[in-house]
Design a binder for this molecule. Sequence first.
Ligand SMILES: *Cc1c(COP(=O)(O)O)cnc(C)c1O
Length: 818
Amino acid sequence: MAEITAPQSPVTAEQFADEIREQLKYTQGVTVEQAKPADVYVATATAVRRHLMDSWMKTQTDMVNGNTKAVGYLSAEFLMGKQLENALLNAGLTDQFDKAVKALGFDAQEVIDAEYEPGLGNGGLGRLAACFIDSLASLGVPAFGYGIQYKYGIFKQEFDENGKQVETPDYWLANEEPWGHIDYNRDQKVSFGGEVVEENGKKVWKPAWSVRAVPVDYMVPGYASGRVNTLRLWTAKSYDEFDLLTFNKSEYLDAVKPQVEAENISKILYPEDSTPQGKALRLEQQYFFVSASIHDAIRVFYPGQDKPDLTTFPNKINFQLNDTHPVIGIPELMRVLMDEYDYDWDTAWDITRHTFNYTCHTLLPEALEVWPSKLIGELLPRHLEIIEKIQDQFAAELKAKGIADGTAKDMAIYTGDAVRMAYLATYGGSHVNGVAELHSQLLKDVTLKNFSDAYPDKFTNVTNGVTPRRFIKLANPRLSDLITEGLGTDKWLSDLELLKGLIPLADDDEFVKKFAAVKQANKVDFSNFAKRKYGFDIDPNTMINTMVKRLHEYKRQALKILSVIADYADIKSGKVSADDVMPRTIVFGAKAAPGYYLAKQTIQLINNVARVVNNDPDVKGKLNVYFPWNYNIELAQNLIPATDLDEQISQAGKEASGTGNMKFALNGALTVGTLDGANVEIRERVGAENFFLFGMTEPEVSALYAKGYDTKGLSREYYEKDPQLKAAIDMVADGTFSDGDKDTYKDLVNDWLTKDYFMTLADFRAYMDIQAQIEETYRDPMKWSRMAVLNVANSGYFSSDRSIEDYLERIWHTGPLA
Ligand SMILES: *Cc1c(COP(=O)(O)O)cnc(C)c1O
C-alpha cells in the first residue's frame, strides 16, 4: 500500500452532506428536493469556504504579525479555472464530497460541471499567475494576488457556418459566483486627471475625478500547507451612484452616466496577445488596480497607523510586476511616499526600488508597452512629472557609469513623446527576470542588452512552471494513482522531483503497460467529453495529436495545418495509399485576438480543412481534424491527459517559455518542438532521444533574417523547390477549403509567399521529416509508452513550486511563515 499524505479532513461524508443541506436551506432557500445541480454546487462551495476560513484568517494574522516578508503578485490577468475541485482537494474533502452528493441524490460530475469558468486572462501569462499563487500558498509563503475582477472576461469563441471566429461577451457574473467575497469596507479611492499645483513649495495633485476600488477576495488554499492566501481582485464602483439633480429633471440616462463611466474601468479584459493597443481605458485599468493594491498593502501591514514608518515597506512586501501592465506602480509608490507620507525623493526612491521586481514575458521589442506621454499627462499628471524626474536621475546615473550618450538615449525611459514601461520597470526595480533559460539569455543579449550591460546584477532567470495539483492530480486522476502506486507515496504532489523515482519503471514492462492503459482510458474519456460538449466523434484508437494555445503567427499553427494539408494532398493524389497512413486525430484549440486578421484567417482555414477532410471518404478514419471552440482551462484539463503527441512548434527565439509544453510532458505526451522557450530545458531533462526536435535554431533564424528572408521574399524559393509544400499551398489557394472560392485565403497565401516573417515555409521540410519519424515510433507502442514514462519521470522540475522556490531565493529573499 502506498503512503498517502494528501490533506484529509476529519469531517465524515454524512457530516458534509448535512453541511451542504444546511447551505441549501439557509443560504439558497431550497430544499434538497427542489435543488438543481447548480444549487448543490453553490451550497458545496459555500460549505468548503467555511472549512478554509480558520486557516485563511490565521494566515492573514500570521502574515501581518510575523516577520516573514510577503509577496504581492501584481497581474492584470489571473486565469484561475474552476475552483470547486481544487478547493475540495486542498480542504481534504474530495472523498466526502463524492459520497455526500450521491447521498443527496446528485451526480458529482453534474455538480462540478455547474461551475462556470471565469476567463480573467488571455492565456499563458494569466495561467502562470494562477499557478504561482497556488504554489505560494502550498509552500506556505504569505502572498497576495492583486488584479482586476473584470465583469467580462476573455470573449467566448464560437465558429460561424463558414468556420470564422465569432466573439461573444463572456458575462460570467450572470451566474451565481460563490467564491468571491466583496468587501465594501476595505475600499480604496483611485483618482485620475486634473492638474498639479504648488502649495507651500510642495507639489499637490488636484485630480478631476475618482473611482471607488472595492476588493473582491478569493481564497487561495495551499495544498497540504495549512495556509490560505488571498487573491484580491478590484472592481470599480462610482462614488456618485446617481446625480439626484439630473434625475429630478427626469434625464434618467444622464443621471446614471457617472456610474456607468466609473464602472467601465473594470468592465472588460482586453483580448490581446502581446501587441499593445494605445487605449486610454487600458492605462486607467492598470493604474486603477495598482494604486488600490499599493494603498491596500500599506493598510494591511501598518494597521491603524496614521504615520507608519514606510522605510520598512520593502521588508513587509515585495511586488512582482507580471509583465509591464502594472509598471505604473513604480511612479505611484513614489507619489504615495512623497505626497501622502512626506518622504523626500531619495528615501522614496530607495523604498520603491527595493519593493518592485519585474518579470519580462516577451522578446518582441514591439510588444513592450509604450505609452504616449500626452496620455499619461492627461490621466496622471503627477506621475508624468515623477517619471520625468526618474529619467533625469537615470540619465545622470548612466553618465556616471560612463555610458555613451547615444546608448543612454536609446535607453531612455521617457523620450519626451513616450514612456517605455519595460525600461521603467528595469530601472525602477531590483531584479528583472526572463521566464526560461533561452529567453533570459536573449533578454540580456538582445531585447534589454543595454540595461544588462549597465546593470548586469539585476538580471536573472526563473523558468516557468505549472501546478501539479491542477494539471496532474485533478486533470489526470488515473495517472496520479499510477504514479502514487509506482512511487509508493503521493508526496510527489508537493515535491515533484520525486517523479524521478519512475525512471527505473520505464524498463518495467508491466508498469509501462499500465501507463499505456491509463493513456488509452483518458482518450476514451476525452472522446466522450468531446461528444457531450461539442458533438464530435473522436476515435480514441487513433493517435491524439494536439496543438492548443492562443493563435499567433509566431506559434505557427499555420505550419501544423499546412502539414495536414500536405498529408491530405498525398493521399488524394495517390502518392500515398490510405492503407499506409497511421490513423491520427489532430485537435486544435486557439482563440485569436479579435483584430488580428491573419490569425483569424488561419482559424477559418483550420475549420475548413477539418470540414473537408472529415467528410472525405478517401481519408476517413485516417486523417481527422477537430477544432473545439473556446479553448479554456476546462478543455485543457480534459485534452492534455488524452494527448499522445503535443505540438510546440514556434519559430525559435519567439516563445518566451510556454507552459503548455510542461503540462503535456507531465501528462505523458511526447513533444514535437523547436529549440524555443522552455522546450530547450524540457528536452535537456527528458533526454534528446525522448523528444522530437526539428527546425532552425535561434541563431539560424537570425542568420536567415540577415539574408533578407522576410524582406526579399525568400520564402518563395522554399515553395518552388518543395513539391509537397507547393501542393499544400496550392490547395489552399485553389479553393479546396473554400468551396472553390480562390479569394478566401488569398491574404494568408500572399503572406506566406512574399513575407512569411515567422519562417513557416523555411521550417516545413524539417517538420515533415520529423513527422515521418514520429509515425515510425508510434507504430511501436511499447517504445512510445516508455518514452512517455521518461517524459513524466524527468519533468518534475517544471512544477511551479520549483519556480516559486527560485523566486524566493533569487528575487524575493523570503520564505514560508513559521
Ligand atoms: C497553459 C495554458 C495556456 C498557455 O499555453 P502555451 O502553449 O504555453 O501558450 C493557454 N491557455 C490555457 C487555457 C492554458 O491552460
